[in-house]
Design a protein around this ligand. Structure first.
Ligand code: NAI
Length: 338
């Protein structure tokens, strides 16, 4: 399935593997679901990322085309494509980071939980592959409902005896990206200068922006708090409705996924002070999984930060979030344990 080989082609032209020799350390990254709405722009952006030396693109359809296309980009990463279950093992062997945007997206009127029946099985199969072929890889799980798919992945890894809670991260970065954008708009700032922690989970009321902790320190009227909280919680639905049946967020999600993956790779490289929000195994609340700021290091999420001081509005939101999260986590766990 290789698209960049050491061998000579039929014309006798030398096709050296373009992997940089002796250059900056590069990581091996696989994208599972690489031919999808998120997968394609995500693959393109990862091909540009200087921390990536090898990029494996796996899907059950169309991955050869996407791979051929992306492999022509004159950036450093070597791209290889893999098609179908029989090639999952080769796609995963040796990977440092596995990003999973495989699965069906929402249509108007659907909640993320409505995707459970299809996506739970997909995530299970892919995680069984990871446990077998690259059990030490850091996993970035994008497939919805994240609040349930992360517990599913954890159970699969536990069963296989490979579970390392630090290496399993549910991607909630898009909620942070949206929060930064919407808050910047209200404050009249450049979104690049704004940092909004978003905690809890990745669905409706479980998405809990902590506006009291926005950087730079800012105050909001009650009306602004309600508008922003509501818009951040329903940002995904805003896109689903605008796309009117053609899917959910893909381009902003690919951007967010790359922002998060890049942070994971900088952590793996040993950079200090890499902190992002993610949905991880957690002791921050009584729930076994929760999204909050985590410090990314050589072993994945090496430190999970506490929520910090919440105001009354956020405390009420937290209780609502925990109630729904608890049920979603339980649903994921029972899917594997049943
Ligand atoms: P899509 O339908 O465009 O692409 C999904 C891809 O997954 C397809 O190419 C499909 O062939 C592939 N796929 C299906 N079964 C597979 C399997 N067993 N192994 C490998 N690949 C498989 O969907 P889209 O828009 O890319 O969304 C993907 C997922 O990401 C959805 O579950 C969606 O809800 C989720 N999502 C998550 C977000 C987050 O913030 N975490 C934001 C937006 C979407």
């Amino acid at each position: 399935p290789s698209n960049s080989q050491h061998m000579e082609d039929s014309c006798g032209i030398r096709r050296a593997n373009c992997r940089a020799k002796g250059g900056a350390p590069g990581f091996k990254v696989a994208i599972l679901g690489a031919a999808g709405g998120i997968g394609q722009p995500l693959a393109m952006l990862m091909k540009i990322n200087p921390l990536v030396s090898v990029l494996h693109l796996y899907d059950v359809v169309n991955s050869p085309g996407v791979t051929a296309d992306i492999s022509h980009m004159d950036t450093g990463a070597v791209v290889r494509g893999f098609l179908g279950q029989a090639q999952l093992e080769s796609a995963l062997t040796g990977m440092d980071l596995v990003i999973i945007p495989a699965g069906v997206p929402r249509k108007p009127g659907m909640t993320r939980d409505d995707l459970f029946n299809i996506n739970a099985g997909i995530v299970k199969t892919l995680c069984e592959g990871i446990a077998k072929s690259c059990p030490r890889a850091v996993v970035n799980l994008i497939s919805n409902p994240v609040n349930s798919t992360v517990p599913i992945a954890a159970e699969v890894f536990k069963k296989a005896g490979t579970y390392d809670p630090k290496r399993l991260l549910g991607v909630t970065m898009l909620d942070v990206v949206r929060a930064n954008t919407f808050v910047a708009e209200v404050l009249g700032l450049d979104p690049r200068d704004v940092d909004v922690p978003v905690v809890g989970g990745h669905a409706g009321v479980t998405i809990l922006p902590l506006l009291s902790q926005v950087k730079p320190p800012s105050s909001f009227t009650q009306e602004e708090v309600e508008y922003l909280t509501n818009r951040i919680q329903n940002g995904g639905t805003e896109v689903v409705e605008a796309k009117a049946g053609a899917g959910s967020a893909t381009l902003s999600m690919a951007y967010a996924a790359v922002k998060f993956a890049d942070a994971c790779l900088r952590g793996l490289r040993g950079d200090a002070g890499v902190v992002e929000c993610a949905f991880v195994s957690s002791q921050v609340t009584e729930l076994p999984f929760f999204a909050s700021k985590v410090r990314l290091g050589r072993n994945g999420a090496e430190e999970v930060f506490q929520l910090g001081p919440l105001n009354e509005y956020e405390r009420v939101g937290l209780e609502k979030a925990k109630k729904e999260l608890s049920a979603s986590i339980q649903k994921g766990v029972s899917f594997i344990r049943k």
